[in-house]
Design a protein. Structure first.
Lengths: 759, 151
């Protein structure tokens, strides 16, 4: 379940599939097509070579194809939700291929397990596929070079892929375009991996160079096709009335008024789920109509009596007290070093603090939506999904068919943030298509989206430190309590998984001799899921706020104190807090953590600029998704408590960066996402039902709330590529709260800011 | 029967008079460039021009639109990208891109009324359009760039 670290070190074999005739209709006769096929783990021992693959069972996966006219087609097998993968991933391959980017076309891959994981979450698209994409590009380039050598009858060493999209003869002015070489290259065997010459970084054409979004022109013209935009002939539209309390059921329904609404065809019951709810629909009553509006209007006229079930006991105010009470008691120890209790027993200056962070909803601009067409055993789904293979699996399970019978086309996603990795909405569409015998589009309203989310978990944290005479902690205890994501898949789950603990709670980065990290029990009463950076949000809030509190308790500058806490450059023993392979490839390098903090302070001119009354700077540093980030936020607070954020500096060390332009976008966006969390992000429940419904009562940051200027500074690095979609979020929230303390002297221990008299 | 013009074409609507313009555009006419975000005029994803001025199509009932001239994102780039769209691409504004047609239509309307829009003008008017990916500072930069090119 350690989803964010679940990717295995997958291995790929590159094959020449030019003559397999697959992807028919996509390629012209004579096209040169290579495929990087996932090697199943049992075959690793035989070496990741093409020979280990059963040709008869062949199926395309990651691939690149060169048409005889020179057009290069590259599959994007990950989901595009603003993360830039449709631009950044193909450019890695195109670089080693020495392809002309203007002649590259990107084709969106359907759901297919042969791609390896397609689950676009955990900020791992680039880091997982960087090597195989380079290998695939370099393989194709070498084969084109060999084709030219053969054609000219000269040694291979005389041929070079230079400048782009052509192979040149070093001894003459002869050149052959990739298109001209395609049909010859298509007949050649695939070179061994040892024969490949990967480019040195100084020869990279695209990797590390900024590139704009491939899809931006279509998006700006309204032509990009999102899930919401899919239209099929004969398609029906559905809106679903779902039980307001998790696990609720329909007691009785009166649909007379609904059936009077112009455009409404009928109503259909959707069965309640069998626990655990996982990705199953919540159940309820669907209104089927010939357009979205009629379905919505008809749904409003349903008279439904609900049977609420056991989660009706959920009230956020009371639950908060329970979480806080649990956080004050000893919990399960997830990390320990030295002897915290002995040190606390010695007395001295003891500091305690409690932090609290509420549930959050994803509220991606495109609410969940899916189209399904069930024809006998065959099911086709069009969905904005982060995980098309999960769509296949869950739809197959719900309809009692095989996964292979479900085809999932991935549309553009109007935001995902983790919500769209769980495909309950696609299952609803499939169930309704089966019942109506027609293609059905299920459209979630904004109210549906906010009330029936897989919520980011509510969390309470308890922190305690003993300071020595110089104000430095001798002992540090931290305890977090939150209903875990595991509860969505296992009703008995009450503790955070290792994965959740590894999101900002363990390993412990500060240089403190006696440390203990704990986790307490909590029962979930709503669906809990992944939200951009996940448990890092509340963990970083507590750790980085508490570090700031200790600095003031020690009467020290918060930045200097933070640097002392981080301590000298060293490689942190991750003590089993990272999956095997990850810890080796990505050592936890405290030197890199120090460096981002130093650079952030320097860029923001920490301590060097005189700030006016009501203004302050806050700093926070956090490593997540293998990326080191430091953020300095400047905040101004007026006498009414109204906050303005004039400037943010974020420093990112994500190792080798595929596309710095996309990295900037992700971290600019993370500052805004963090602003939403900090200022107003709060979901609550009363008697089991969610109180919020739309942007009126679940406000998110608007232009005038967001930081006016966010500067992103990318550290040049030769380290392995790390995540960029999520790591900007965790340090932002405590950096802002620390800035507010500097500006006002008011410490924020409970999010959001709107609960603390700020607006 | 409601008679209106959509992107220069005469249209007659005979359906539910309460249907919002948004769903008429998307589901009946197939103009899916205009997006659904909240249904309550809170987010601006559905912004179109009505007689040249930005309106939220999710909250304009068809019964109120007799004689109206509606312009959608599809229309403004019919003769190549509009200056605002070109600036959007140049500044590389979009991330997921879903809210951007609404942002662009709002910006087109803003620059029509205030060709030299200041930061305050931009913040005030564009605050009605939510971008969950957080592209606001690039939106501000793109509007200023478009303003220069249109001047």
């Amino acid at each position: 379940m350690t989803k964010n670290e679940k990717f295995a070190m997958e291995k790929f074999a590159i094959e020449n599939v030019s003559r397999r005739g697959f992807l028919q209709g996509m390629f012209s006769a004579g096209a040169f097509v290579l495929c990087a096929r996932l090697v199943p783990q049992p075959l690793w021992a035989e070496g990741a070579s093409a020979g280990a693959i059963d040709g008869a069972a062949f199926h395309p996966s990651l691939w690149v194809g060169i048409q005889t006219d020179g057009t290069v087609l590259i599959v994007a097998h990950r989901s595009e939700m603003g993360n830039g993968v449709r631009t950044s991933l193909p450019r890695i391959l195109a670089d080693e291929l020495d392809a002309d980017w203007s002649r590259v076309k990107v084709v969106q891959g359907d759901g297919d397990e042969r791609y390896g994981s397609q689950d676009t979450d955990g900020s791992h698209s680039v880091r997982e596929f960087f090597d195989v994409l380079r290998d695939a590009g370099a393989t194709a380039r070498l084969m084109l070079v060999r084709a030219a050598a053969q054609k000219w009858g000269v040694p291979e060493s005389q041929c070079v892929a230079d400048p782009v999209h052509v192979v040149s003869d070093r001894n003459s002015s002869r050149k052959l375009g990739y298109g001209e070489l395609a049909s010859l290259a298509a007949k050649l065997p695939v070179p061994k991996k040892e024969e490949l010459k990967l480019k040195s970084p100084d020869a990279w054409l695209y990797i590390g160079k900024p590139a704009k979004g491939l899809d931006a022109p279509d998006m700006c013209a309204g032509k990009a096709v999102f899930g919401m935009d899919v239209r099929l002939d004969g398609m029906l539209y559905a809106a679903v009335a779902r039980p307001p309390v998790l696990g609720g059921k329909v007691k009785s329904v009166d649909d007379k008024a609904t059936l009077q609404v112009m455009g409404v065809k009928k109503t259909i019951a959707i069965d309640p789920f069998t626990a655990p709810h996982a990705a199953q629909p919540l159940g309820g009553v669907a209104v089927i109509a010939d357009n979205t509006w009629s379905a919505f209007k008809g749904r409003n006229k349903l008279q439904i009596a609900w049977e609420n079930g056991s989660h009706v006991v959920y009230n956020s105010g009371q639950f908060k007290k329970e979480l806080q009470e649990t956080a004050r008691q000893p919990g399960k120890v997830v990390h320990t070093a030295g002897d915290v209790d002995a040190e606390f027993a010695k007395g001295g200056k003891i500091i305690e603090a409690e932090y609290f962070a509420p549930h959050l909803a994803h509220a991606s601009m495109e609410p969940p939506v899916a189209v399904a067409d069930v024809q006998g055993e065959k099911v086709t789904v069009w969905s904005p999904t982060q995980d098309p293979q999960n769509v296949q699996e869950q739809v197959a399970k719900a309809l009692g068919t095989k996964k292979e019978n479900v085809l999932c086309h991935v549309t553009m996603l109007g935001g995902g943030f983790g919500r769209k990795s769980i495909p309950d909405y696609a299952v609803e569409a499939a169930v309704l298509s089966k019942k109506t015998g027609r293609p059905v589009k299920v459209v979630w309203s904004r109210e549906d989206d906010i009330k029936f989310d897989y919520f980011h978990s509510v969390a309470a944290m308890y922190m305690k430190a003993a300071l020595d005479e110089s104000g430095k902690p001798k002992a540090w205890l931290q305890r977090s309590v939150f209903p875990p994501i595991g509860s969505t898949f296992d009703v008995s789950a009450v503790y955070g998984s290792d994965g959740e603990m590894n999101l900002g709670w363990t390993p412990f980065p500060f240089n403190v001799a006696n440390v203990r990290a704990e986790n307490g029990k909590a029962v979930a009463h709503v669906r809990i899921g992944w939200l951009r950076s996940v448990a890092n949000i509340y963990h970083a809030f507590a750790v980085q706020s508490f570090a700031n509190e200790l600095a003031y308790a020690a009467n020290r500058d918060p930045y200097e104190y933070l640097m002392e806490l981080i301590g000298p450059p060293r490689v942190l023993d991750q003590g089993g807090h990272a999956s095997q392979g990850i810890a080796e490839k990505y050592p936890y390098d405290i030197g890199r953590l120090r460096h981002v903090a130093e650079m952030a302070a320097e860029k923001a001119q920490w301590g060097k600029r005189k700030l006016g009354k009501g203004s302050g700077m806050g700093i926070a540093v956090h490593r997540s998704f293998l990326t080191y980030v430091a953020t300095v936020v400047e905040a101004e607070v007026d006498s009414q408590g109204s906050i303005r954020i004039p400037h943010v500096h974020t420093v990112v060390d994500a190792g080798i960066v595929a596309n710095p332009e996309m990295v900037r976008q992700q971290f600019e966006g993370a500052a805004v996402f963090g602003t939403s969390i900090a200022r107003t992000g709060e979901i609550t429940a009363t008697d089991g039902a969610i109180d919020q419904s739309n942007f009126s009562d679940y406000p998110v940051a608007r232009m005038n709330d967001a930081p006016y200027q966010t500067d992103i500074h990318i550290v040049e690095s030769k380290a392995a590529p790390a995540g960029v979609g999520e790591p900007g979020v965790p340090p932002f929230v405590p950096a802002l709260c620390n800035a507010i303390f500097a500006a006002t002297g008011k410490r924020v221990r409970e999010l959001p800011l709107s609960r603390n008299g700020f607006s | 029967m409601v008679h209106l013009k959509v992107n220069g074409v005469d249209r007659a609507f005979e359906g539910d008079p309460e249907m919002p313009l948004l769903w008429y555009l998307r589901d009946i006419l197939g103009l899916t460039g205009t997006k659904f975000g909240c249904g309550m005029a809170l987010c601006g994803a559905c912004t179109v021009l009505q007689n040249g001025k930005a309106v939220r199509s999710c909250s304009k009932q068809m019964s109120t639109l007799g004689g109206a001239e509606i312009t959608t994102i599809e229309e403004i780039s019919v003769r190549g990208p509009h200056a605002v769209q070109a600036a959007w691409v140049d500044v590389n504004v979009p991330q997921c891109g879903y809210c951007q047609p609404g942002q662009i239509m709002q910006a087109v309307s803003l620059l029509k009324s205030k060709p030299a829009a200041t930061d305050d003008d931009i913040d005030t008017v564009m605050a009605g359009n939510i971008c969950r990916c957080g592209t606001y500072q690039r939106i501000r930069a793109a509007i200023k760039q478009a303003a220069k090119e249109m001047a």
